[in-house]
Design a binder for this molecule. Structure first.
Ligand code: PLP
Length: 473
């Protein structure tokens, strides 16, 4: 018999959820223009839009908030945070920022010159935007396997050393201010990088005197996959694995809203003293004094406590297993999802889910809207709508992957919630032929996915054809 496990926490405070009925959801969806970003959070039953800043804090973190030192300079809470980062991540110097993109801004401004190249393992939106804003060209050096959604490969986030070395030879090492390695790779589906690859990339970069800077936002999830999949690490603790990972880098940017288990916060960390001195100057302009960087003292206390809690083996095991628990129910039901299941989300392949829809009929947007209508579960489109238009031709970019992302917040939902989500997706799959496409009725000029509005293509105006009886009414 396979023994089951449960959440490694018990619930001390609860937030009641509003549960709309089918007709109410139908109205809310229509008012939101069939865009899940525009649905009021109050009208959502299970919110899987993002895992960014949606974490549930522990009783210790709530307690730590009360101990925040709100002094303008030299706050005690700042030293608490600095110590936590030094102890767990191993870097010498830390600069607090209001969130991850604040750190990306400082790093890009300090290190990039016009005409530089920044290689990375796939890109993240804000990370890449800051690199480009400072005059760099981003070059994707992730392994080819990462682009194949159905390929089951353990470390799909790895950097292709041949691609990286080829770039170094082409443009010259002096044009590469640093390599930006994301651990794990969000846009590839939360896929990890192996320890061996981190080490090889670092060795190669040392040879050419190029720095390696991590996007460490999801580093604890990455450490778990190393423990699970890489030979020699199965008996090491998450804390030890994480420490080793960071030895193969010169610094990192961090969004505290993910693996540091807080609702807001971030930091930049590094080992180079000169870089740190410059960062202390720059942070004052954009964030605040080097001893708070856009954060309240209490936020720094909560983040420090979150950093310690995040390296608990039981916590991170449950986190990854919960995502997988949802993903495997869908795989067992024959539903097309991106494989292997990554660290923070399950991605539905909307093109395969709704093969009767053309790409222009926005299958992922339509599936995300249908899921909300069916059960009040909110997800996010990651496909042709998010892809935007080509700046030159004005044509829709047609990304290879047309996905719906079900992102699991940390410590917020139980596995029973995952069952409800799985039931709803399976229910929709059974009547997938009845789901119609959408057309855009309002298209904002930039980042259109946030504010675009849609309407169903069906003549009767219904998103899900005929009698759409739902699993949860
Ligand atoms: C969220 C995220 C960021 C940006 O962090 P913010 O705190 O949202 O500014 C950067 N990189 C990755 C991989 C992320 O997931």
């Amino acid at each position: 018999m396979k023994r089951r496990t449960a959440e490694p926490y018990k619930i001390k405070a609860v937030e009641p959820l509003k549960m709309l009925n089918y007709e109410e959801r139908k109205r809310a969806l229509k008012e939101a223009g069939y865009n899940t970003f525009l649905i009021n959070s109050e009208d959502v039953y299970i919110d899987l839009l993002t895992d960014s800043g949606t974490t549930a804090m522990s009783d210790r973190q709530w307690g730590a908030l009360m101990t925040g030192d709100e002094a303008y300079a030299g706050s005690k809470s700042w030293f608490t945070l600095e110590n936590a980062v030094r102890e767990i991540y191993g870097y010498k110097y830390v600069i607090p920022t209001h969130q991850g993109r604040g750190a990306e801004n400082l790093l890009s401004q300090m290190k990039i010159k016009e005409g530089d190249y920044v290689p990375g393992n796939m890109y993240f939106t804000t990370t890449r935007a800051h690199q480009e804003l400072n005059g760099a060209t981003f070059v994707d050096v992730i392994i080819d396997e990462a682009h194949d959604s159905l390929l089951d490969y353990p470390f799909k986030g790895n950097i292709d050393l041949t691609k990286l070395e080829k770039l170094i030879h082409e443009v010259g090492a002096e044009k590469i201010p640093y390599v930006c390695t994301a651990v794990t790779v969000n846009l590839a589906g939360g896929q990890p990088v192996s320890m061996q690859n981190l080490k090889e990339v670092y060795d190669l970069c040392q040879k050419y005197h190029i720095d390696v800077m991590y996007d460490a936002t999801r580093c604890v999830e990455n450490a778990f996959f190393i423990q699970e999949r890489e030979e020699g690490y199965e008996n090491k603790s998450i804390k030890d694995i994480l420490k080793e990972m960071f030895t193969y880098s010169d610094g990192c940017t961090m969004s505290g809203k993910k693996d540091c288990l807080v609702n807001i916060g971030g930091f930049l960390a590094m080992n180079d003293e000169d870089l740190y001195t410059r960062a202390r100057e720059l942070v004052v302009l954009y964030e605040g004094m080097p001893s708070y960087g856009g954060l309240a003292g209490r936020d720094m206390e909560a983040m420090a406590q979150g950093i310690y809690e995040s390296v608990d083996d039981h916590y991170i095991q449950h986190r990854i297993h919960q995502v997988r628990y949802l993903g495997e129910q869908l795989i067992d039901a024959g539903i097309p999802v991106v494989k292997p299941i990554g660290g923070h989300a399950v991605f539905l392949d909307a093109k395969q889910f709704l093969p009767h829809l053309k790409h222009e009929e926005l299958p992922a947007q339509s599936l995300a809207a249908s899921l909300y209508l069916d059960s009040g579960v909110r997800s996010m489109e990651r496909g042709i709508v998010s892809g935007g238009r080509n700046k030159v031709t004005g044509e829709n970019n047609k990304p290879k992957l047309e996905l719906v992302r079900l992102t699991i917040p940390r410590r917020v939902y139980t596995n029973n919630h995952m069952d409800v989500v799985a039931d709803s997706v399976i229910h929709l799959y059974e009547k997938r032929e009845q789901i119609t496409g959408l057309e855009m009725t309002y298209e904002p000029p930039t980042l259109r996915f946030f504010n675009a509005r849609f309407k169903p293509l069906a003549v009767n105006g219904e998103l899900i054809g005929s009698e759409a009886s739902s699993t949860t009414t």
